[in-house]
Design a protein around this ligand. Structure first.
Ligand code: HEC
Length: 465
């Protein structure tokens, strides 16, 4: 005991850290700090889980295009605790994203971003984007078919950015080809660049939280006035403030412990995310599917009419950044209570349902071919022999049915062809099948003249009656 006491005294004499630390953990917080204040610590806790599991993973992961896939396989199937640690890293990432979203909603609805905490909000927005960037680069490191295609799609998108598109692709994937250099780029982004930015932004964010104080729960009819706010806040803290430790911190500790238990339990129970087949450059039509928290964005891109896709790819992220950045600039003062800010509630409700609906679409994937589509029945075809019947068979065997629906049977990747005969002439049908289209393969070298004739006869017969 005495030795430890002496050691601590020595340390304090040399560093002088005791007072600042005590000061930080006992800083006064407003009374009534309730459970919705624990989200920030939950993000920190999940981040610590990420650092620990991430370092563990990095000891076995090989960041080279030839070996990455195998090393992930090895981690997931053979390395002791490998599957558990990989799964914890995945659920830790999910927790970080989820809590960051909830934390932002909480801060926004309670008007905590207003004077004097505008910079708290702006550093928080930076943290959100860095966290998402961590998630995205992390998925790429699996280096399976899905992640390689995600990069390909991502770099195609980056190419469409005006002026700096080329440069962006160069920096992101290092040139036109997705290969070894790409993977080492993503590896250093994921383990050096973004973590450094993240830690820097966290330090700044926490400093600002301590400097400006935790916002008091909003009161209806008490708007923020920059002339008087600081004075009022400080008086209130002197009157009724409580030390963060232990009066408020116990909630943070309880919640953070639950978060770690949940990450551990989910990892044990569900295991790491499945790795797909090794990357195969010959499969050009694969639709990449990112982890759940980015699925909504890919769903949005897949569902958009492709004429406006280019615009959305470039403008939507810019728009989102601008909206987030403008929040404290547009409404720095005034009422904080959500009861006096119906538009704040409405916009959160809108964004949450928008993202939720797209996420659900993303899981349903109506835009991927439906390989389980059942062959068309004679009732649907309306014939049991002859060219129309033969054409319907070609429609099955050539895989048209995977992407197109006829009378409720088939996939939804392409347009419904139930009544295509009313829309297109025989010649137009032929041209379309031979040349393909956007997201439809060209069948020119892949179909005989007779098959083509029967097929168009069949499609021509699909008219509205
Ligand atoms: C991989 C999915 C896929 C497959 C397989 C596929 N198509 Fe398509 N098809 C599409 C898509 C997507 C479109 C819409 C293309 C566009 O808008 O440019 C389309 C468009 C069409 C159209 C035009 C429809 C219209 O209303 O304008 C016809 C006709 C058509 N396909 C017939 C066929 C036939 C016949 C086959 C089989 C030989 C086939 N498709 C195979 C995806 C597919």
């Amino acid at each position: 005991m005495k030795i430890i006491g002496n050691l601590l005294a020595w340390l304090e004499e040399r560093t002088g850290l005791k007072q600042p630390i005590i000061h930080a953990i006992t800083h006064p917080v407003p009374p009534g700090s309730k459970w919705y204040y624990v989200l920030g610590t939950a993000i920190m806790t999940s981040f610590i889980v990420q650092i620990i599991t991430g370092i563990a993973l990095s000891t076995l992961y090989v960041p080279s295009a030839g070996e990455a896939y195998e090393s992930v396989q090895y981690i997931s199937t053979q390395a002791p605790f490998g599957a558990l640690i990989r799964a914890m890293h995945y659920f830790g990432a999910s927790a970080m994203i989820l809590f960051t979203g909830l934390h932002m909603i909480r801060v926004y609805l309670m008007g905590s971003f207003k004077f004097p905490r505008e910079l708290n909000w702006l550093t928080g927005v930076a943290l959100l984007f860095i966290t998402v960037a961590m998630g995205f680069t992390g998925q790429i490191l699996r280096w399976d078919q899905n992640s390689v295609w995600t990069v390909a799609v991502g770099s195609q998108q980056a190419l469409r950015v005006p002026f700096i598109g080329k440069l962006l692709v160069e920096v992101l994937v290092s040139g036109g080809e997705v290969g070894s250099a790409t993977l080492s780029h993503f590896f250093s982004y994921h383990v050096f660049v973004f973590p450094a930015l993240l830690i820097g932004a966290i330090v700044l964010h926490v400093w600002l939280v301590l400097h400006n104080g935790i916002s008091e729960p909003p009161v209806v009819g008490e708007p923020v006035d920059p002339k008087t706010y600081r004075q009022k806040y400080n008086d209130m803290l002197k009157r009724e403030g409580r030390p963060f430790w232990p009066d408020a911190a116990w909630r943070d500790i309880v919640f953070s412990t639950l978060v770690v238990i949940a990450i551990f339990a989910l990892a044990l129970w569900l295991g790491p995310p499945a790795i797909e087949k090794p990357p195969d450059p010959s499969i050009v039509n694969a639709q990449p599917k990112p982890d759940w928290y980015l699925l909504w964005y890919f769903a949005l891109l897949a569902l958009l009419p492709h004429e406006i896709e280019d615009w959305v790819i470039v403008l939507a992220p810019l728009f989102v950044v601008l909206i987030f950045l403008s929040v404290p600039i547009l409404a720095p003062f005034g009422e904080r209570s959500p009861r006096r800010r119906p538009w704040a509630i409405a916009s959160v409700a809108f964004i949450v349902s928008f993202v939720l609906a797209l996420t659900i679409e993303g899981f349903r994937e109506p835009w991927t071919p439906n390989f389980e589509a059942k062959p068309l029945t004679p009732e649907i075809i309306g014939a049991t022999s002859g060219p129309i019947y033969q054409g319907a068979k070609v429609f099955d065997t050539k895989g048209c049915l995977y992407c197109h629906t006829i009378s409720g049977h088939g996939g939804k990747r392409g347009p419904d062809l139930t009544e295509v005969g009313s829309r297109l002439t025989n010649d137009q049908l032929t041209i379309r099948i031979v040349n393909g289209g956007y997201n439809m393969p060209a069948y020119a070298g892949n179909i005989s003249a007779q098959e083509l004739k029967d097929l168009t006869a069949f499609l021509d017969s699909r008219k509205n009656h």
